[in-house]
Design a binder for this molecule. Sequence first.
Ligand SMILES: NC(=O)c1ccc[n+]([C@@H]2O[C@H](COP(=O)([O-])OP(=O)(O)OC[C@H]3O[C@@H](n4cnc5c(N)ncnc54)[C@H](O)[C@@H]3O)[C@@H](O)[C@H]2O)c1
Length: 318
Amino acid sequence: MSAPDKIAIIGTGLVGGGWAIVFARGGCSVSLWDADPDAAPRALAVIRDRVADLRDAGLVDDPEAILSRIGLAGSLAEALDDALYVQESVLERVDIKAALMTRIDAAIGPGTWVGSSSSGLAASLYTGHVGCRARCLVAHPVNPPYLAPIVELVPAPWTAPETVEGVRALMRRVGQSPVEMTREAEGFILNRLQGVLLMEAWRLVEDGLASVADIDLTVSQGLGLRWAFMGPFETIDLNAPGGIADYAARLGELYRRIAASTTEQRPWSAALIDRVEAERRTVLPADQLADRSAWRDRRMMALVRHKRDRDAAERETR
Ligand SMILES: NC(=O)c1ccc[n+]([C@@H]2O[C@H](COP(=O)([O-])OP(=O)(O)OC[C@H]3O[C@@H](n4cnc5c(N)ncnc54)[C@H](O)[C@@H]3O)[C@@H](O)[C@H]2O)c1
């Protein structure tokens, strides 16, 4: 039997720890390293709890096998040695990512790919100076990546097509759902879409048109129910008897008028942030934020389980 693929996770905070679960669950061996010597052991303790949660939710069968594939590296070089793929997950700062890339470049082998978890910074901002730049790209996850499978692959202008292909295949192999951008655009796909919705949500509050609670309810009891299963294009394809073109004919003008009414850029003012913060704190006091996050993760696990079981059942009946 051949040895499992080795994955190096560099930066083991919230996102790096989540990635470790993804790759170990997918059968890879995972090596963790962080510039802060306390961070990787801390991440390992969190990983143990999260894997236990996944077992309780029926999403993994053998937690011990997953945990046995994750190890702490004593140095950056040890983590990178013989790695097929590096998932860089350090702070969202160009200077930090660029300096780390120099060190990664000096240590990796000629076939290693490097993906950055960057939320919005394009890889061209911090990989242009390294010899391995054709093997670098952004691989942006959604938190937590072991529950939300989407990974946005965003090549820099110098990323080789084979790098995108190789990382796409690896992500599929470990159960993620990669999507690709053809070229860099700040915020990538997910945060560009989320950004439009967020900008409009703040605007509706600022203009006194709706409350924070009612805007949240519109998504949790409306738009979001469909979005767990389909995106905006499939949604509108099913919302007119004749599909997309019919929908565009019926409602295109409405959306054009809405777009024309909101072209002005509105920074989120301090007063507006105070208002939204105050409204949120009346329903969720600050000391309950962590509990509510844990509740969200449990609900997401139940939803992921439902989607996984239904997908399997539908595949069988096809
Ligand atoms: N938090 C999210 O929801 C989320 C989602 C998707 C992507 N991201 C992206 O993932 C990356 C990591 O974010 P996070 O939320 O895990 O941050 P975090 O603060 O939880 O963790 C970052 C870790 O990087 C370590 N670090 C800093 N400099 C380092 C270096 N030079 N070498 C090695 N380790 C170093 C820190 O010690 C820390 O443990 C960022 O680019 C972020 O934008 C975050």
